[in-house]
Write a protein of this length. Structure first.
Length: 146
């Protein structure tokens, strides 16, 4: 695990204790892409599949982590909140909850420029959960410079 991944994962675990109980782990991270995993066992439902609330939570934390990483990478200090999120489940999760979020360079540049100039900005993100995907989470995140 590189230092940026370790630092980001530690921040999430320290500030959102539930992430530890869920087994939230960043497995890939770069400036535009993140993959996060959480094991099934602590996130299981009565049917032996992924609990919908856990799937949603891991997905939200995935998008939040990537956008926070973008903000830090731009040398900015901002408060970041989820302003809207909607999930659509298309299949049960039978194993590790795996979330994949990717932003494009133009989208990130517009977001960072707006944040730096106007001191607040919004960005949209999509998180695919599972290989098919089993669920897709669409989010709007809002950042405000401190």
């Amino acid at each position: 695990m590189n230092s940026a991944m370790a630092t980001l994962e530690e921040k999430i675990h320290q500030t959102i204790p539930l992430s530890l109980a869920m087994g939230y782990k960043i497995v890939e991270l770069d400036g535009l892409h993140i993959i996060v995993e959480a094991p099934l066992q602590p996130n299981i439902n009565i049917h032996g599949t992924g609990f919908a609330g856990s799937i949603y939570s891991v997905g939200v934390l995935t998008a939040w982590a990537l956008v926070y990483h973008v903000i830090i990478g731009a040398g900015l200090v901002a408060d970041l909140v989820i302003s809207r999120a909607a999930i659509e489940y298309s299949a049960s999760v039978h194993g590790t909850i795996r979330c994949d979020c990717r932003l494009d360079m133009d989208q990130v540049q517009r977001f960072v420029d707006e944040l730096a100039v106007r001191h607040h900005a919004r960005i949209e993100a999509a998180v695919n959960i599972g290989d098919r995907p089993d669920a897709e989470l669409l989010l709007s995140l809002h950042a405000s410079l401190r």
